[in-house]
Design a protein around this ligand. Sequence first.
Ligand code: F0G
Length: 466
Amino acid sequence: MRLPAEPFRIKVVEPLRRVSREERERLIREAGLNIFAVPADSISVDLLTDSGTSAMSDRQWAGLMMGDESYAGSRNFFHFRDTVREIFGYPHVIPTHQGRMAENLLFSTVLKKGDVVPNNSHFDTTRANVEHQGAEARDLVIAEALDPVRHHPFKGNLDPVRLDRTLGELGRERVPLVMITITNNSGGGQPVSIANVREVRAVCDRHRVPLFFDACRFAENSWFIREREPGYANRSIREIARELFSYGDGCTMSAKKDGLVNIGGFLAMKNAEWAERITNLLILVEGFPTYGGLAGRDLEAMAIGLEEVLHEDYLAFRIGQVAHLGEMLEQAGVPIVKPVGGHAVYLDARAFLPHVPQSQYPGQALVVALYREFGIRAVEVGSLMFGHRDSQTGEMAYPQLELVRLAVPRRVYTTEHMRFVAESVIELYQQRDRLKGLRITYEAPVLRHFTARLEELSGAEAAAIR
Ligand code: F0G
């Protein structure tokens, strides 16, 4: 694969502090082997998330200076609203400060206790917001998605047969809406095809249930459709996005991803009655409908970012950069989730560290070593994040996939940074026998991965815990 050169040049630089191995060793130990507790200025390449970490363009920064901070009727709101209407095609546009607030407002308004929300895979905040209403978040992604090495061009697709069965059993009384996450973050940033969206739409129509998108990475998903789906090779990304959204009734959006901003989000929809109820709640908890928890300048940056993310040169480089990182790792035999998704490369920690059982957190052991040896920050998506005690048997239950996510911020790192990451991971892979399992010394009752503290096991302890 030939990666195009960066389709931008650098006007402002942010120096990275050089941190010695001794200092990193001390910092990660003080952090209780939890990468969330390491100060960000002690990290060389930060691949914790692609959310809110984009570099804005000169036009976006200029847009900040054009911020109209009027309490009501800011001109930036109208620019933002018209941009969203044009790209997404939904008439009612409600700004929020980030994605999870859009989710919270939507679910607070339309869900009741005992309801079920089907999705290909819920992102963790989406799941938490559904469950917060006493409803069930049900994942119906296709079976291929659960196999890390199985190739499928649209591994994010929702299984229409299981959806039909779910809607047949529960009816529209218990399922107020169906969601599709594009791209499917929890499944590795995998895209959803237009053909699948059409099928899901047909099932929803049969049961008269509305369809919403979790649209965070819609431009990346549209790019994959053009690359992989028959009949779309000559369509523009904007046209593909318009078609995709035309099959839905609305969306939630975290603009911290494909809005190319550091903060921002929105809800957009067709249903006027839902929009009115959500707006009333917005005023109570978030802000007036023409700013929704943001400054006018943030709305301007978001309006410009939503346009820029559709540029084809940008997307070719963006998707290419992530694919290139995956390719360098794969060529060296490092086990990764395939095919590589839009925003991240996922390491398969179980295959990487076969000598460390899931009860000893192999994914987290990898995250700790990547920081200690090379200053790189990745995030564990495995037994530390999802492991829990089964309420019935009392036994520990572990997720099927034990992954480490290397999420790539947009327009931030160069090809040389990616080469440094690849060479570091490969070096670690060559020394993988030296890595040891971990044990938790402190954990919070919910979302434990954010604040847990851990320690490394000695050889004898590791053998005893197995
Ligand atoms: N939906 C998806 C698919 C997401 O990936 C995220 C955030 C959200 C909703 C929530 O949006 O953060 O603006 O409130 N994902 C980030 C990540 C945090 O690292 O993957 P938010």
